[in-house]
Design a protein. Sequence first.
Length: 186
Amino acid sequence: MGVALKRCGHCKRDLPIDNFSRNRSCTSGLSSYCRECKRKSDAKDYQLHSETRKEHVEKWRRANRDKHRAQGRIYYYRNRSRRKKRQREIERKYYQQPAVYRRKLDREGEYRARKLKTTTERISRAAVHRRSKGICHICKKWVSLRAMHVEHVVPLSRGGTHTYKNVRASHKRCNLSKGAKLMKEL
Ligand SMILES: [Zn+2]
Ligand SMILES: [Zn+2]
């Protein structure tokens, strides 16, 4: 009933004008492609130029290394509060569900071990702590369960396994200072 139609310049269909988006640069004020064709053509353009766009960005970054770095710092700084807030939320979530948090901690070494394709078993931090009576096997001092690191006697990076046989309780500090060394190399 008197609905104004317009022919799409691409699919050649006659469609009601609300099938065309506004486009100031066209004389009619409407895009010459229908919405459907416009969307497809835009997507194609985007795909087509993605490589060029990437190259362009890379080139700019190479030419303006300092500026790029400064931008990164600004971004990092501006996002500081958001980042911290997010971190706090994650921690709160975990502390509200101690079982989930414990499981997450228990599995930390496991992912790395599995990536290295070494023998891996599910390690319970609590069990490791109990077995070692809370004594760090490197400095022989007390370490709390919460602060304890699960230390690999033979480091994963040197073919050690992620099994009860190869793990001991340790301080974070002791674990990190031992790194990829064996006990006798300390
Ligand atoms: Zn069309
Ligand atoms: Zn220690």
